[in-house]
Design a protein around this ligand. Structure first.
Ligand code: NAP
Length: 286
């Protein structure tokens, strides 16, 4: 089984730099059971090849993605896996958060959620209220750790006032070609990441392989590096990403080929000058 490099977060948690995303496994906003076999195989194959961290959410397929994850992990040792799920930003009232965690736990078939994220912020619900629920879930050991997703600096800062627990991660859209113009957050690279680094918060990059869209990866620098390292353009993009400190990537991968390709992508080290050159690619350049 392959060993994926790991990072230590907030001095208390070690996580592999590569995990498995599950958005669109089992439907989008509604459950779609028509391809369950395919998704179950993908999750099982990923775990069998060394993937330990699985990212899902209450809203994915209206809970069906969580059910699939629950089904797939039954065949594996629970304590060797790390399961992240999220409460929808539409249900951040105190009781809603507790209910959501309970429902996720049930669908996942696990006693404790390893990492529980607020999927996106909600200006209509005071953060103090949401965080009281998170503190309760932590106290009750319903969740091991908590984190955020799509949170801007101002709110990350505010969250820290309402809990003594460490913020493990901020999950945001970030990849080689999406730096400061992500769909939900602006200034990820210029503001959010520096704030997170300063405060020991990891970044979980969603959409790390650009949704499998290779059109931007035809950039001449990326192409030159594919030749230099004998890797695919997606491997270069993923390797660049996880070369950053406190960075986790959770590509959604279904095909066996993509799973193996992405695992190989995090196992080599590019020269510093190449990473620096890739840093210099900006959204404006594409
Ligand atoms: N927090 C949030 O708001 C948020 C938002 C969106 C996503 N997410 C999380 O982040 C995860 C990843 O984001 P995403 O699914 O939107 O985008 P993504 O991981 O960048 O792209 C997934 C697509 O890329 C393909 N792919 C994977 N590896 C590849 C490779 N080496 N070469 C070519 N294509 C490859 C996959 O194909 P196959 O499936 O056919 O292998 C799939 O179609 C999600 O699944 C979800 O868990 C979080």
């Amino acid at each position: 089984m392959s060993i994926i490099p790991e990072i230590v977060i907030q001095n208390q948690l070690t996580l592999p730099v590569l995990g498995l995303g599950t958005w669109e496994m089992g439907g989008r906003q509604k459950a779609d059971t028509s391809e369950d076999k395919k998704w179950l195989h993908a999750i099982d194959f990923a775990i069998g090849n060394g993937i330990k961290h699985i990212d899902t959410a209450a809203i994915y397929g209206a809970g069906h993605a969580e059910k699939l994850v629950g089904e797939a992990i039954k065949n594996h040792e629970r304590n060797k896996l790390f399961i992240t799920t999220k409460v929808s930003g539409d249900t951040l009232q105190f009781n809603d958060v507790l209910r959501s965690a309970a429902a996720s736990r049930k669908r996942l078939g696990i006693d404790q959620i390893d990492l529980f994220l607020l999927h996106w912020p909600n200006a209509k619900v005071p953060l103090s209220q949401t965080m009281s629920a998170i503190n309760k879930l932590l106290e009750d050991k319903t969740i091991r750790y908590f984190g955020l997703s799509n949170f801007p600096v101002k709110l990350l800062h505010e969250v820290a006032f309402y809990t003594e627990a460490p913020i493990i991660t901020n999950q945001v859209e970030y990849n080689l070609f999406t730096r400061n113009k992500a769909s939900y957050n602006q200034n990820i690279e210029s503001e959010v990441i520096p704030y997170c680094h300063k405060n020991g918060i990891s970044i979980t990059a969603w959409r790390p392989v650009l949704k499998g869209d290779s059109s931007t990866l035809t950039h001449p620098l990326v192409q030159a590096l594919t030749t230099k390292y004998n890797k695919t353009a997606f491997q270069i993009a993923l390797n660049w990403l996880i070369s950053k400190p406190l960075m986790l990537a959770i590509p959604k991968m279904t095909s066996e080929a993509h799973i193996l390709e992405n695992i190989e992508a995090v196992k080599f080290i590019m020269e510093a000058e190449d990473i620096l050159a890739l840093d210099g690619i900006t959204e404006a350049a594409v």
